[in-house]
Write a protein that binds this ligand. Structure first.
Ligand SMILES: Nc1ncnc2c1ncn2[C@@H]1O[C@H](COP(=O)(O)OP(=O)(O)OP(=O)(O)O)[C@@H](O)[C@H]1O
Ligand SMILES: [Mg+2]
Length: 481
């Protein structure tokens, strides 16, 4: 898979971007607040139909305009295809070769992307919600059908919670029916998460061993809170039965509280180092290595499963990693042959990922243009092997190829009014990390998931090609992030 061309119009602060990326590294350099992450988000949104950061779709549309559009021309299994997505009025529409996509399968058609952002550190540092988001994005990357499946679960959860809020007045017969639907949808989520973890966890553990520089082994595990040890073996029908039983057992309590306290929306991923909680005990550097281990495992896993490398988006990660791990990552990227998009405020941090065909871009006030004076591109092309120290970074400079077809031509007007009036605000993540620590398996009273926000996404396969009303991702994040 290769992205041949990318275009974005009125996407966040990007007025008009049109570029032909390098087959290897494309590096966007710019000061804070210029639009680097927006560029990656445009690409991420195109490839997943989910925003990278936004809590709602309307945030993606450039202020003062009615709609945003992103399109990309991909080379997939020898054939070219163009996919595009438009957002306006809180809905999104997806197109394949200029025609409305008839299904998610048709739209994605083998496009895969893995993003790596500083927020990913939350997977170790943060609460269970951050880890579920992280896990579910990886599950979706591996099994695109999960976009719809997790949405089905979210809808079933929302329905049950609505009924629970009727309290004792809720009809038992209705609740029985809702429990049934929820249990079936939940079992599918379990099966997907389990399959992903079975592939990913051993790889992540091995990658961590080669970069973590610690004798303690890492472990990444997922186990539904209410299930006994046999989770690894039981089939989907029995998982549904077990969840149904757990729902029945909790019904009285759930009715009192008005939300569902058991199911995939409350489970957690355990990340441990030497058998101890990484969140509680691992050092900063170890936490970073644990995340890096997971991400590289995800890339390699997709490679093994799909037969090609996913597109990699790395947002400012070099400033988050220590020099040694950064050199490891850059060396890995250069050697992997993957098509990579990197952003940075400091070009020197990422030069080791660059080669003669690197496309360097300047991002300034929402305009993306070729960077003419880039020097110092490294010739490092080999990733360090397991246990091997990263190769030194440095090398001779190269001039960028001027690959930009068109830069932005109109001025950004950041002072344009933002029309948030018609929208609901994304629910805030509860600040109760300490609470989560004390009760890792307990549902949070005010947790967004109890409202079923697992994965609201367009249901192209169900005849709703216009998507939903704007809560465009599976985990509404805090708007300020
Ligand atoms: N919908 C929107 N319309 C117009 N501008 C927007 C919109 N959403 C965000 N912006 C603007 O985009 C800019 C932020 O862009 P972005 O997050 O890509 O910055 P960045 O280059 O990644 O910066 P940093 O280095 O700090 O991460 C901000 O100035 C913000 O006000
Ligand atoms: Mg940024």
């Amino acid at each position: 898979m290769r992205l041949l061309a990318l275009q974005a119009q009125n996407f966040r602060n990007l007025h008009q971007v049109s570029l032909a990326p390098s087959p290897h590294a494309t590096i966007a350099v710019g000061q804070n607040g210029q639009g680097k992450t927006n560029l990656l988000e445009a690409l991420y949104f195109l490839a997943t139909l989910k925003p990278l950061r936004a809590g709602r779709l309307a945030e993606l549309v450039r202020w003062g305009t009615k709609g945003a559009r992103v399109s990309g021309r991909f080379l997939l299994k020898g054939a070219e295809r163009e996919i595009s997505v438009e957002v306006g009025g809180g809905v999104r529409q997806a197109f394949v070769d200029g025609k409305k996509a008839s299904s998610l399968e048709e739209y994605f058609g083998g496009v895969a992307v893995v993003a790596f952002t500083p927020d990913d550190l939350e997977v170790v540092k943060g609460g269970p919600e951050a880890r579920r988001t992280f896990l579910d994005r990886a599950v979706f990357n591996r099994f695109p059908a999960f976009l719809k499946e997790s949405r089905d679960y979210a809808r079933a959860l929302k329905n049950r919670n609505r009924l629970l809020r009727d309290g004792p007045a809720a009809e038992a017969a209705y609740l029985d029916a809702y429990d049934e639907t929820l249990a079936r949808a939940g079992a599918r989520v379990y099966v997907r998460r389990r399959a992903l973890m079975a592939e990913l966890a051993p790889r992540a553990q091995a990658t961590f061993a080669s970069i973590g520089r610690t004798v303690d082994p890492a472990a990444y595990g997922y186990h539904p809170a209410h299930l006994a040890q046999e989770f690894a073996e039981v089939d989907e029908v029995r998982l549904a039965d077990a969840l149904l039983e757990a729902l029945a057992g909790r019904r009285r309590r759930d009715l009192e509280r008005g939300f569902t306290s058991v199911g995939p929306h409350v489970d957690d991923v355990a990340v441990t180092l030497g058998g101890r909680s990484a969140r509680a005990y691992a050092s900063q550097g170890q936490q970073r290595a644990l995340v890096l281990g997971w991400k590289i495992a995800e890339i390699e896993n997709l490679h093994a499963a799909l037969g090609f490398l996913p597109l990699l988006l790395l947002d400012d990660v070099s400033s988050e990693l220590d020099p040694e791990r950064n050199a490891y990552l850059m060396g890995y990227l250069a050697a992997s042959g993957a098509q990579v998009f990197l952003t940075t405020t400091d070009a020197s941090l990422v030069r080791a990922a660059a080669a003669h065909d690197t496309l360097w871009m300047d991002v300034h006030a929402g305009q993306v243009a070729p960077r003419l004076l880039e020097t110092g591109t490294s010739e490092v092309v080999r990733a360090p092997g397991p246990g091997e120290a990263p190769a030194p970074v440095g090398g001779v400079g190269h001039l960028v190829r001027g690959h930009v077809a068109e830069g932005g031509e109109a001025e950004l007007r950041p002072e344009d009014p933002v029309s948030h009036g018609e929208e609901e605000r994304a629910e805030h993540r509860p600040p109760g990390d300490a609470h989560e620590e004390a009760h890792p398996r307990a549902e949070q009273e005010h947790h967004p998931h109890r409202e079923g926000h697992l994965a609201p996404a367009p249901e192209l396969a169900e005849g709703h090609p216009h998507g939903d009303e704007g809560d465009g991702q599976e985990e509404p994040r805090q708007p300020e992030r």
